[in-house]
Design a binder for this molecule. Structure first.
Ligand code: DGY
Length: 320
């Protein structure tokens, strides 16, 4: 019986269904990821691995699994933790979960934008601390969305879904990406801008790029320094796209007014990290795709592609 090792429990019935179709499915039962040595040991002899974004999926892991490893199915759209070259060199198929999490992630990006701009979490904390004693014209003044300009960096599926939401709020949309997207420009009324131009013109900036060598610290001190005074940054992409020290500086001394972050560097973010000391930084624990039905569909996708490869069919969502 072919063995499939899954590095976390997944929501829904897909794993039970995979077992029922004749695979030996072994799932790491704990909430925290398997320690590296355990992961290497548990991968041994697997024909399929289902991995998460916190697992380092490299040549060492592939070799620990052994020559029977045919497929790695990543339970995420992002693949920055997977050494695709090492997989290719070993003839291992890699799959992932694009598309299904687009709307869930765009929803959360927009929630963070609104929360950071209108100081929702700060207001909630203020009430909880018992400080709400009166209505006042100057209490917790925030940035307004209506008529503001939002710059979307990375205009793939999620960036465009985010822009669609921004459009519904009557925002002006700028975008930057490696290639111009005339069809999306027309549909969303978006204007293409070079990155530096976008940064200087946007009241809000939302990141939607994958993490690659080119996007590592894309927002460094210099670029953050170009942003508009009083602007708001949202990141639901990957923490390392932003230089955290530069972000702290931009929040402390300008130009940033606030930030909404679903991803951080480091990740997880320790509770005593300076980012959490800033009153206008809203942080969520990398839950962009964490809608129940989205996460169940992601499980269906990885299980279906594991089966496809192990049964000699083409996977539906190959990474290369
Ligand atoms: C992804 O899919 O890459 C997200 O970051 C996690 O769902």
């Amino acid at each position: 019986m072919k063995r499939v090792f899954v590095t976390r429990k997944l929501p829904g019935n897909s794993l039970s269904e995979l077992s029922a179709t004749g695979y030996q499915v072994e799932v790491w039962p704990e909430f925290l990821p398997p320690p590296r040595e355990r992961l290497l040991g548990l991968a041994k002899g697997a024909a399929g691995l289902v991995t998460m974004l916190e697992d380092r999926v490299d040549a060492e892991l592939m070799d620990a699994a052994g020559p029977g490893l045919k497929v790695i199915s990543q339970y995420a759209v992002g693949l920055d933790n997977v050494d695709l070259e090492a997989a290719r060199a070993r003839g291992i198929v890699v799959t992932h979960t694009p598309g299904v999490l687009t709307n869930a992630t765009a929803d959360l990006a927009f929630a963070l934008l609104t929360a950071a701009a209108r100081r929702v979490v700060e207001g909630h904390d203020y009430v909880r601390r018992g400080e709400w004693r009166t209505w006042h014209p100057e209490l917790l003044l925030g940035s307004e969305l209506y008529g503001a300009t939002v710059g979307v960096i990375g205009f793939g599926r999620i960036g465009q879904a985010f822009a669609r939401r921004a459009r519904g709020f009557d925002m002006k949309i700028l975008y930057s990406s490696r290639h111009r997207k005339p069809r999306a420009e027309a549909e969303l009324g978006a204007e293409y801008a070079e990155l530096d131009d976008l940064l200087t013109r946007s009241d809000f900036v939302s990141l939607h790029t994958p993490l690659t060598p080119e996007t590592l610290h894309l927002l460094n001190a210099e670029r953050l320094g170009r942003m508009k005074e009083g602007s708001v940054l949202v990141n639901t992409a990957r923490g390392k796209v932003v230089d955290t020290n530069a972000l702290l500086e931009a929040l402390a001394h300008g130009p940033l007014f606030a930030a909404g972050l679903d991803v951080t560097d480091p990740e997880p973010l320790p509770a005593d990290h300076p980012l959490l000391q800033h009153p206008r930084v809203v942080v969520t624990p990398h839950i962009g795709s964490a809608g129940r039905s989205t996460r169940e569909k992601m499980a269906e996708m990885v299980c279906a592609d594991v089966r496809a490869v192990l049964e000699g069919r083409a996977p539906r969502y190959p990474a290369f």
